[in-house]
Design a protein around this ligand. Structure first.
Ligand SMILES: [Zn+2]
Length: 191
């Protein structure tokens, strides 16, 4: 899983200082916009606008991080190619434990991150990035989400084009290539 250290200056706002943090719950709010995602390079997001609420609970020897990320990203509809602000909400929980108490990594421990005893702060930029990007739907048909409706004109055009395509291939397959050649000659004669 992702790393909790990040020295990129852009990601400084996503630092959480653990040293001196009192026991109990601490709330943080972070915003994730285009600039945030752009720093990761190949960000597949446009006009992204997310708010991440993070509840950090300090227990005696570990931390519980509760993430609630909510927002929208502008995507292209896979069906009609219209643009739409697609809503996305991601809730996750991650445990952060000190490494001196580290157990051998188990397959099912995907939500546990380890830090060294001398760690003074953690950076959650990478985590936030992954939570959003990994939860984007593979098929983007925002028209299915509500407010936005597929562009009917485009849909009809696409339908028509598909039908024509399908028709052509069917016809080509049916005709013996030798006949097809003859047909071409015949057509030539007609002209
Ligand atoms: Zn659509």
């Amino acid at each position: 899983m992702s790393s909790l250290s990040n020295n990129e200056p852009h990601f400084k706002p996503y630092n959480i200082t653990l040293v001196g943090l009192q026991m109990g719950q601490h709330d943080f709010t972070f915003s994730l916009d285009d600039a945030f995602f752009a720093h990761f390079g190949k960000a597949p997001l446009e006009a992204a606008n997310f708010t991440a609420k993070v509840e950090l609970e300090r227990k005696s020897d570990f931390f519980v991080l509760g993430f609630d990320i909510n927002g929208t990203s502008n995507v292209e509809c896979d069906r009609c190619l219209g643009r739409y602000d697609m809503p996305l909400r991601v809730k996750r929980e991650v445990l952060v434990k000190y490494q001196h108490a580290m157990m051998p990594n188990k397959e099912d421990e995907i939500n546990i991150l380890y830090i060294l005893p001398e760690t003074t702060d953690i950076n959650i930029a990478q985590l936030l990035f992954e939570f959003v990007v990994l939860n984007l739907p593979i098929k983007k048909i925002p028209c299915d989400y509500g407010d936005f409706e597929c562009n009917e004109i485009v849909l009809n055009k696409l339908d028509e084009a598909n039908r024509l395509d399908a028709g052509n291939t069917e016809q080509e397959q049916k005709i013996d290539p030798r006949w097809a050649a003859l047909q071409k000659l015949k057509n030539k004669d007609k002209k």
